[in-house]
Design a protein around this ligand. Structure first.
Ligand code: 13P
Length: 289
Protein backbone atom coordinates (compact mmCIF):
# COMPACT_ATOMS: atom_id res chain seq x y z
CA UNK A 1 0.00 0.00 0.00
CA UNK A 2 1.55 3.28 -1.00
CA UNK A 3 1.83 6.32 1.21
CA UNK A 4 -1.48 8.16 0.73
CA UNK A 5 -3.10 11.49 1.62
CA UNK A 6 -4.90 11.78 4.94
CA UNK A 7 -8.26 12.58 3.33
CA UNK A 8 -8.06 9.22 1.60
CA UNK A 9 -8.98 7.44 4.84
CA UNK A 10 -10.17 10.17 7.25
CA UNK A 11 -13.32 10.80 5.21
CA UNK A 12 -14.15 7.10 5.51
CA UNK A 13 -13.46 7.28 9.25
CA UNK A 14 -15.84 10.26 9.61
CA UNK A 15 -18.58 8.50 7.68
CA UNK A 16 -18.23 5.21 9.55
CA UNK A 17 -17.71 6.62 13.05
CA UNK A 18 -14.18 5.66 13.97
CA UNK A 19 -10.91 7.59 14.30
CA UNK A 20 -7.39 7.13 12.97
CA UNK A 21 -4.30 7.68 15.10
CA UNK A 22 -2.20 10.75 14.42
CA UNK A 23 0.93 9.37 16.03
CA UNK A 24 3.99 11.56 16.53
CA UNK A 25 7.41 10.21 15.69
CA UNK A 26 10.78 11.49 16.85
CA UNK A 27 13.26 9.04 15.37
CA UNK A 28 13.79 5.80 13.46
CA UNK A 29 12.69 3.57 16.34
CA UNK A 30 9.42 5.40 17.02
CA UNK A 31 8.61 5.32 13.31
CA UNK A 32 9.18 1.56 13.18
CA UNK A 33 7.10 1.07 16.32
CA UNK A 34 4.14 3.04 14.94
CA UNK A 35 4.26 1.19 11.63
CA UNK A 36 4.46 -2.18 13.39
CA UNK A 37 1.43 -1.36 15.53
CA UNK A 38 -0.63 -0.13 12.57
CA UNK A 39 0.27 -3.19 10.52
CA UNK A 40 -0.48 -5.60 13.39
CA UNK A 41 -3.89 -3.99 13.87
CA UNK A 42 -4.57 -3.59 10.13
CA UNK A 43 -5.31 0.07 10.78
CA UNK A 44 -4.62 3.14 8.65
CA UNK A 45 -2.31 5.60 10.36
CA UNK A 46 -0.91 9.12 10.15
CA UNK A 47 2.74 9.32 11.18
CA UNK A 48 3.35 12.91 12.12
CA UNK A 49 6.36 15.06 12.85
CA UNK A 50 6.33 18.35 14.70
CA UNK A 51 8.63 20.98 13.21
CA UNK A 52 11.07 20.35 16.07
CA UNK A 53 11.07 16.58 15.59
CA UNK A 54 11.68 16.97 11.85
CA UNK A 55 14.60 19.32 12.54
CA UNK A 56 16.00 16.83 15.06
CA UNK A 57 15.67 13.97 12.59
CA UNK A 58 17.45 15.81 9.78
CA UNK A 59 14.78 17.79 7.94
CA UNK A 60 11.43 17.27 6.23
CA UNK A 61 12.83 15.52 3.18
CA UNK A 62 14.64 13.02 5.38
CA UNK A 63 11.39 12.31 7.25
CA UNK A 64 9.56 11.62 3.99
CA UNK A 65 12.36 9.37 2.75
CA UNK A 66 12.63 7.54 6.08
CA UNK A 67 8.92 6.83 6.41
CA UNK A 68 8.49 5.93 2.74
CA UNK A 69 11.48 3.60 2.78
CA UNK A 70 10.34 1.92 6.00
CA UNK A 71 6.84 1.39 4.59
CA UNK A 72 8.54 -0.35 1.71
CA UNK A 73 11.22 -2.35 3.56
CA UNK A 74 8.84 -3.43 6.35
CA UNK A 75 6.29 -4.61 3.79
CA UNK A 76 3.59 -2.38 5.28
CA UNK A 77 0.20 -3.02 3.68
CA UNK A 78 -1.95 -0.47 5.54
CA UNK A 79 -2.43 3.10 4.25
CA UNK A 80 0.05 5.54 5.79
CA UNK A 81 -0.10 9.34 5.60
CA UNK A 82 2.98 11.44 6.35
CA UNK A 83 1.71 14.44 8.28
CA UNK A 84 3.20 17.72 9.53
CA UNK A 85 1.93 18.50 13.04
CA UNK A 86 1.47 22.18 14.06
CA UNK A 87 3.33 23.63 11.10
CA UNK A 88 4.01 27.28 10.42
CA UNK A 89 2.98 28.61 6.99
CA UNK A 90 6.56 28.23 5.70
CA UNK A 91 6.92 24.71 7.09
CA UNK A 92 3.61 23.64 5.52
CA UNK A 93 4.74 24.87 2.10
CA UNK A 94 8.09 23.12 2.42
CA UNK A 95 6.43 19.86 3.43
CA UNK A 96 4.03 20.05 0.47
CA UNK A 97 7.06 20.43 -1.80
CA UNK A 98 9.13 17.55 -0.36
CA UNK A 99 6.39 14.92 -0.28
CA UNK A 100 4.37 15.03 2.94
CA UNK A 101 0.90 13.79 2.09
CA UNK A 102 -0.87 15.76 4.83
CA UNK A 103 0.03 19.05 6.51
CA UNK A 104 -1.30 20.96 9.46
CA UNK A 105 -1.00 24.69 9.08
CA UNK A 106 -1.44 26.04 12.60
CA UNK A 107 -2.29 29.72 12.47
CA UNK A 108 -4.30 29.60 15.68
CA UNK A 109 -1.99 32.13 17.37
CA UNK A 110 -2.54 34.65 14.56
CA UNK A 111 -5.42 37.12 14.21
CA UNK A 112 -8.27 35.03 12.77
CA UNK A 113 -8.41 36.88 9.40
CA UNK A 114 -4.71 36.15 8.92
CA UNK A 115 -5.15 32.50 9.92
CA UNK A 116 -7.97 32.19 7.38
CA UNK A 117 -6.05 33.90 4.58
CA UNK A 118 -2.95 31.73 5.01
CA UNK A 119 -5.09 28.59 5.38
CA UNK A 120 -6.71 29.32 1.98
CA UNK A 121 -3.31 29.66 0.40
CA UNK A 122 -2.01 26.43 1.96
CA UNK A 123 -5.14 24.58 0.79
CA UNK A 124 -4.68 25.79 -2.78
CA UNK A 125 -1.02 24.77 -2.93
CA UNK A 126 -1.57 21.46 -1.09
CA UNK A 127 -4.57 20.34 -3.12
CA UNK A 128 -2.74 21.06 -6.37
CA UNK A 129 -0.39 18.25 -5.28
CA UNK A 130 -2.97 15.92 -3.73
CA UNK A 131 -1.88 16.78 -0.18
CA UNK A 132 -4.51 17.05 2.59
CA UNK A 133 -4.73 19.98 4.99
CA UNK A 134 -5.59 20.31 8.68
CA UNK A 135 -6.05 23.75 10.26
CA UNK A 136 -6.73 24.87 13.80
CA UNK A 137 -9.21 27.23 15.36
CA UNK A 138 -8.98 28.09 19.06
CA UNK A 139 -5.60 27.16 20.46
CA UNK A 140 -5.14 23.79 22.14
CA UNK A 141 -3.88 24.10 25.70
CA UNK A 142 -0.48 23.10 26.98
CA UNK A 143 2.88 23.13 25.29
CA UNK A 144 3.81 21.86 21.84
CA UNK A 145 7.36 22.38 20.61
CA UNK A 146 7.82 25.39 22.87
CA UNK A 147 4.54 27.01 21.80
CA UNK A 148 2.25 27.46 24.80
CA UNK A 149 -1.48 27.54 24.08
CA UNK A 150 -3.93 28.68 26.72
CA UNK A 151 -6.58 26.09 25.84
CA UNK A 152 -9.80 27.49 24.48
CA UNK A 153 -13.17 26.51 23.19
CA UNK A 154 -13.02 27.18 19.47
CA UNK A 155 -15.42 29.84 18.20
CA UNK A 156 -18.15 28.01 16.25
CA UNK A 157 -18.50 30.70 13.60
CA UNK A 158 -14.73 30.69 13.04
CA UNK A 159 -14.83 26.89 12.66
CA UNK A 160 -17.44 27.26 9.91
CA UNK A 161 -15.38 29.91 8.14
CA UNK A 162 -12.25 27.79 8.39
CA UNK A 163 -14.02 24.79 6.87
CA UNK A 164 -15.13 27.14 4.07
CA UNK A 165 -11.48 27.47 2.98
CA UNK A 166 -11.64 23.88 1.73
CA UNK A 167 -9.48 22.28 4.45
CA UNK A 168 -9.79 18.51 4.76
CA UNK A 169 -9.98 18.25 8.56
CA UNK A 170 -10.43 20.67 11.41
CA UNK A 171 -8.63 20.85 14.76
CA UNK A 172 -10.81 22.74 17.21
CA UNK A 173 -10.27 23.45 20.88
CA UNK A 174 -12.79 21.65 23.10
CA UNK A 175 -10.98 21.82 26.42
CA UNK A 176 -8.18 19.50 25.28
CA UNK A 177 -4.59 20.06 26.31
CA UNK A 178 -1.21 18.86 25.03
CA UNK A 179 1.03 17.10 27.51
CA UNK A 180 -0.06 15.69 30.86
CA UNK A 181 -3.58 16.67 31.99
CA UNK A 182 -3.68 18.48 35.34
CA UNK A 183 -5.52 16.85 38.26
CA UNK A 184 -8.27 19.47 38.11
CA UNK A 185 -8.93 19.11 34.34
CA UNK A 186 -12.65 19.39 33.68
CA UNK A 187 -12.76 16.92 30.80
CA UNK A 188 -13.74 17.46 27.17
CA UNK A 189 -16.47 20.02 26.47
CA UNK A 190 -18.95 17.73 24.71
CA UNK A 191 -21.71 20.34 24.35
CA UNK A 192 -19.25 22.53 22.54
CA UNK A 193 -18.05 19.67 20.35
CA UNK A 194 -21.68 18.96 19.41
CA UNK A 195 -22.24 22.60 18.48
CA UNK A 196 -19.18 22.60 16.25
CA UNK A 197 -20.12 19.27 14.61
CA UNK A 198 -23.65 20.52 13.92
CA UNK A 199 -22.38 23.78 12.46
CA UNK A 200 -19.66 22.40 10.17
CA UNK A 201 -21.72 19.43 8.98
CA UNK A 202 -21.48 15.67 9.08
CA UNK A 203 -18.79 15.23 6.50
CA UNK A 204 -15.93 17.20 8.09
CA UNK A 205 -13.48 15.03 10.04
CA UNK A 206 -12.62 16.72 13.35
CA UNK A 207 -9.22 16.34 14.98
CA UNK A 208 -8.67 15.83 18.69
CA UNK A 209 -5.25 17.06 19.80
CA UNK A 210 -3.92 16.19 23.24
CA UNK A 211 -5.09 12.57 22.95
CA UNK A 212 -2.72 11.34 25.70
CA UNK A 213 -4.31 10.88 29.09
CA UNK A 214 -7.94 11.36 28.05
CA UNK A 215 -10.05 8.54 29.53
CA UNK A 216 -11.19 5.93 27.01
CA UNK A 217 -14.92 6.73 27.44
CA UNK A 218 -14.33 10.39 26.64
CA UNK A 219 -12.32 9.52 23.54
CA UNK A 220 -15.03 7.11 22.37
CA UNK A 221 -17.75 9.69 22.96
CA UNK A 222 -15.79 12.35 21.04
CA UNK A 223 -15.37 9.92 18.14
CA UNK A 224 -19.11 9.21 18.10
CA UNK A 225 -19.62 12.98 17.71
CA UNK A 226 -17.33 13.50 14.72
CA UNK A 227 -13.72 13.23 15.87
CA UNK A 228 -11.90 11.20 13.20
CA UNK A 229 -8.23 11.78 14.03
CA UNK A 230 -6.75 11.59 17.52
CA UNK A 231 -3.20 12.79 18.18
CA UNK A 232 -0.89 10.99 20.60
CA UNK A 233 2.64 11.98 21.53
CA UNK A 234 3.05 12.43 25.30
CA UNK A 235 2.01 8.88 26.15
CA UNK A 236 4.66 7.50 23.83
CA UNK A 237 7.26 9.76 25.44
CA UNK A 238 6.28 8.61 28.93
CA UNK A 239 6.20 4.90 28.16
CA UNK A 240 9.40 5.06 26.11
CA UNK A 241 11.21 6.82 28.97
CA UNK A 242 9.80 4.44 31.57
CA UNK A 243 10.82 1.31 29.68
CA UNK A 244 14.30 2.67 28.94
CA UNK A 245 14.79 3.69 32.57
CA UNK A 246 13.75 0.24 33.80
CA UNK A 247 16.24 -1.36 31.43
CA UNK A 248 19.08 0.83 32.69
CA UNK A 249 18.11 0.48 36.34
CA UNK A 250 18.18 -3.28 35.96
CA UNK A 251 21.82 -2.86 34.90
CA UNK A 252 21.13 -4.49 31.53
CA UNK A 253 22.91 -1.82 29.51
CA UNK A 254 26.20 -3.14 30.88
CA UNK A 255 25.65 -6.72 29.80
CA UNK A 256 27.65 -8.46 27.14
CA UNK A 257 30.43 -6.85 25.22
CA UNK A 258 29.80 -3.21 25.95
CA UNK A 259 27.01 -0.82 25.21
CA UNK A 260 24.49 -1.76 22.51
CA UNK A 261 22.01 1.03 21.61
CA UNK A 262 19.81 -1.45 19.76
CA UNK A 263 19.25 -3.43 22.96
CA UNK A 264 18.89 -0.28 25.05
CA UNK A 265 16.11 1.10 22.86
CA UNK A 266 14.23 -2.17 22.30
CA UNK A 267 12.08 -2.08 25.48
CA UNK A 268 10.96 1.48 24.67
CA UNK A 269 10.00 0.43 21.17
CA UNK A 270 7.92 -2.45 22.53
CA UNK A 271 6.24 -0.02 24.97
CA UNK A 272 5.24 2.32 22.12
CA UNK A 273 3.89 -0.56 20.06
CA UNK A 274 1.72 -1.63 23.01
CA UNK A 275 0.46 1.93 23.57
CA UNK A 276 -0.26 2.52 19.90
CA UNK A 277 -2.12 -0.79 19.58
CA UNK A 278 -4.25 0.02 22.61
CA UNK A 279 -5.16 3.42 21.18
CA UNK A 280 -5.99 1.93 17.81
CA UNK A 281 -8.44 -0.39 19.61
CA UNK A 282 -10.00 2.57 21.41
CA UNK A 283 -10.28 4.52 18.16
CA UNK A 284 -12.07 1.65 16.41
CA UNK A 285 -9.72 1.73 13.42
CA UNK A 286 -8.42 -1.84 13.81
CA UNK A 287 -9.26 -3.86 10.71
CA UNK A 288 -10.27 -0.76 8.72
CA UNK A 289 -7.24 -0.74 6.42
P1 13P B 1 -0.45 14.71 23.57
O1 13P B 1 0.53 15.69 24.15
O2 13P B 1 -1.65 14.59 24.41
O3 13P B 1 0.14 13.42 23.24
O4 13P B 1 -0.98 15.37 22.20
C1 13P B 1 -0.21 15.32 21.04
C2 13P B 1 -0.74 16.23 20.01
O5 13P B 1 -1.87 16.66 20.05
C3 13P B 1 0.16 16.57 18.90
O6 13P B 1 -0.37 17.55 18.09
Amino acid sequence: MPVVSGAEFLNAARQSGYAVGGFNTNNLEWTQAILRAAEAKKAPVLIQTSMGAAKYMGGYKLCVDLITDLVDSMGITVPVAIHLDHGSYEAALECIEVGYTSVMFDGSHLPFEENLKLAKDVVEKAHAKGVSVECEVGSIGGEEDGIIGAGELADVNECVQMVGTGIDYLACGIGNIHGVYPENWKGLAFDHLQEIANAVGNDVPLVLHGGSGIPQEQIEKAISMGVSKVNVNTEFQLSFAKATRAYIEAGKDQEGKGFDPRKLLAPGVEAIIKDAEEHIDWFGSAGKA
